[in-house]
Write a protein of this length. Structure first.
Length: 334
């Protein structure tokens, strides 16, 4: 009997040990599974394609596109780069709102309208000031000789673009408002067509179109952007892209910086590349890059945020946007 009790006790002990071991393993497996799931949720898989928006008349991202540096760096990760061209910043912001674009480069006003419209965008970097590459011009034969002479005249307004902000600041410098002129609201391509056809009296425009008109002496400059306000472009991304793929944002900005560092020492080669990437001729790009280059990819400093807040405040004051907001709330913090 005693021997039988020992046998039964041994069996019970082994069975209990087996149950505890099984439970411990199951608990450990569940813990590992949960950790794996959390890691998977917090680190979404890398995208197969990055959609980058660029504009025809801006050197920055067109230079990166022309050199193919980003494609080479991302290819080992199985990531493709899709370049999407836009005629201005507003349509690019619309595409970004529809998740058609992950990141792009625009002037100072498109992101303001995007924020005012509830588009969840983020400022990830700034360029150097490009104010010197903007001007309000009239035909060289025009009787309009000064900015004050625009009173009652037809002036193109490219709504939602940095040029609209430039116009407001320029008019204010000679105590004029939009009520003192005849604003003609056009897209950037339509405004240059209207100018060449004599359907407007004055055109706010930037390089390389400005450079091409200066080179053939067919335009008179009334005022330059650098005379009234510092302006710069911004690299804008969707909140989702910066949240889910901050490493890729860093890679894009790093390769853009590399391209621009190379460009500073190779201006002739840069002009050739940009002429191939855009509809503008080589001499226009050579002139623009020589006279007023604005390379640079900078972190969003307090100075840049304050500049951009002035744009918001001006457009809200003139009731051109429906609400005010703080630019600092949409700054990417890597």
């Amino acid at each position: 009997m005693k021997t039988r009790r020992y046998v039964l006790l041994a069996i019970a002990t082994c069975f209990l040990t087996w149950l505890l071991t099984l439970g411990g393993c199951s608990s450990q497996n569940r813990s590992q599974d949960n950790s794996s799931q959390i890691a998977q949720n917090s680190n979404p898989s890398k995208p197969k394609v990055i959609n980058i928006g660029h504009q025809n008349g801006t050197p920055g991202l067109n230079l990166l596109k022309a050199r193919g540096l980003l494609e080479k760096r991302l290819a080992p990760q199985g990531i493709q780069v899709k370049w999407v061209s836009f005629q201005g910043g507003p349509p690019m912001m619309e595409a970004m709102a529809a998740n058609g674009i992950d990141i792009g480069n625009v002037g100072n006003l498109p992101p303001v309208f995007a924020q005012a419209g509830g588009n969840p965008i983020v400022y990830v970097a700034a360029t150097g000031s490009n104010a010197g590459a903007q001007a309000i011009i009239v035909p060289s034969s025009s009787p309009i000789k000064t900015l004050a002479d625009l009173k009652g005249k037809k002036l193109a307004i490219q709504k939602g673009t940095a040029l609209q902000y430039f116009v407001l600041k320029a008019l204010a410098s000679v105590k004029l408002t939009l009520k003192d002129i005849q604003p003609v609201y056009l897209t950037i391509p339509d405004s240059t067509t209207a100018f060449e056809g004599g359907n407007i009296d004055a055109l706010p425009i930037g390089d390389p179109y400005l450079a091409s008109r200066e080179l053939n002496h067919t335009a008179h400059v009334l005022i330059r952007g650098s005379d009234v306000a510092p302006q710069r472009s911004f690299y804008i991304a969707t909140q989702n892209f910066t949240k889910n793929h901050p490493d890729l944002v860093k890679v894009i900005l790093e390769e853009q910086r590399n391209a621009e560092e190379w460009a500073k020492a190779n201006s002739n080669e840069v002009a050739k590349l940009l002429a191939q990437q855009t509809k503008y001729k080589l001499d226009a790009w050579e002139f623009s890059l020589k006279q007023r280059p604005y390379f640079g990819v900078f972190n969003m400093t307090d100075e840049f945020v304050a500049e951009q807040q002035q744009v918001v405040d001006l457009f809200y004051k003139q009731k051109l946007i429906p609400k005010t907001f703080q630019v600092k709330d949409a700054i990417w913090k890597p």
